[in-house]
Ligand binder design. Structure first.
Ligand code: SAM
Ligand code: SF4
Length: 326
């Protein structure tokens, strides 16, 4: 069991499969974005080896993310490898859903059981405005295919002031009345040179809870407020699904953090919002043994920072969200 120096069990690895994306969400990346050359990204074989070694170190949970992970040609094979790796008991995927219609069934067959789909609005024009390039029907087709394939569904919506902070939130939350899904609202986090825009447009949990309470009446708090992963869950009385709030800015959950992140170019990010990193690629490409790599992983776990420093104006400047994967 990999414990960090604060005695947290760090057992969850989020793997970014590519920094590239087929959308350009305004809060995530500029429209003119350059991506890393293919040879800088970890190869499929390097990723498979790392998944096995992280499991051997005590990691139990893996999530594939991006950029947009469905752009990685070997996604289904990598999911199959992860789900068959001894010690890994949970494999997830975070996607914008654009390509999910054709992938949901093969991913289920590869052993995937749940998907997190990012969807900020159900209004097609607004969806295009937020994602710059997106076509809402593609994503809804992906969502339907995921439900048909039998995948558990969580919808993630980043809320921005003046864009999707009222009617859109209500429409997304309404999904949970009939569907057994989690619809989670994420506070926008400041990154690098987009930080000022992100700080200006953040809408926090308390404000959203007030909007939803006005529409649906008092929501029922689930699990006594204990987080499910990073989300505080509520239920509209009688609803099939849950509403969740992921509030790293207004209600940080660093004390319960159990994760490391692996960027597509092989860097271990020890905290989403700090630039503390450990580079695995020189070991992978320099002939390091499995023992040397697991020792490196343990050391990285040990020095994981206690938490983010947003309250002290410390934020990530070296990489944006699309390079880390969320
Ligand atoms: N492309 C995939 C997707 O959109 O689901 C996976 C990668 S994306 C970076 C992962 C998540 O991060 C998405 O739910 C996205 O909305 C969220 N995200 C991006 N930028 C963010 C920011 N500045 N603050 C909070 N969440 C952000
Ligand atoms: Fe792409 Fe996801 Fe970033 Fe949107 S949030 S630009 S879909 S990586």
């Amino acid at each position: 069991m990999p414990l960090d120096r604060y005695n947290r069990d760090i057992n969850y690895l989020r793997i970014s499969l590519t920094d590239a994306c087929n959308l350009r969400c305004v809060y995530c990346m500029p429209e003119q974005m350059t991506f890393r050359p293919r040879d800088e990204l970890l190869s499929d074989a390097e990723l498979r080896r790392l998944i096995t070694l992280f499991a051997a170190t005590g990691f139990r949970k893996i999530r594939f993310t991006g950029g947009e992970p469905t752009l990685r040609p070997a996604l289904v094979d990598l999911v199959a490898h992860a789900t068959r790796t001894s010690g890994i008991d949970s494999v997830g995927l975070t996607t914008n859903g654009v390509l999910l219609a054709g992938l949901a069934a093969p991913l289920y067959a590869a052993g995937l059981r749940s998907v997190n789909l990012s969807l900020d609005t159900l209004d097609a024009d607004k969806f295009r405005q937020i994602t710059r390039w997106g076509n809402l029907p593609d994503v809804l087709a992906g969502l339907n295919a995921a439900a048909r394939a039998g995948l558990r569904i969580k919808l993630n919506a980043v809320v921005s002031r003046g864009t999707n902070d009222h009617d859109d939130v209500i429409a997304l939350a309404r999904f949970t009345v009939a569907q057994p899904w989690q619809v989670r609202f994420i506070e926008q986090m400041p990154f690098g040179n987009n930080a000022e825009f992100q700080k200006k447009s953040i809408v926090d949990e308390d404000e959203l809870l007030a909007v939803l309470t006005k529409e649906f009446g008092p929501l029922e708090l689930e699990n006594g407020g204990k987080l499910d992963g990073e989300a505080r869950l509520y239920r509209i009385p009688g609803a099939a699904g849950h509403i969740g709030f992921i509030s790293p800015v207004s209600k940080p959950f660093c004390a319960d953090c159990n994760r490391l992140r692996l960027t597509a170019d092989g860097i271990l990010r020890l905290c989403l919002l700090r630039d503390n990193e450990a580079d695995l690629r020189p070991l992978l490409r320099g002939g390091a043994s499995d023992d040397e790599i697991t020792a490196f992983i343990r050391k990285a776990v040990h020095v994981k920072p206690w938490g983010h420093g947003l309250a002290d104006q410390v934020m990530s400047v070296s990489r944006g969200m699309s390079e880390i994967g969320g």
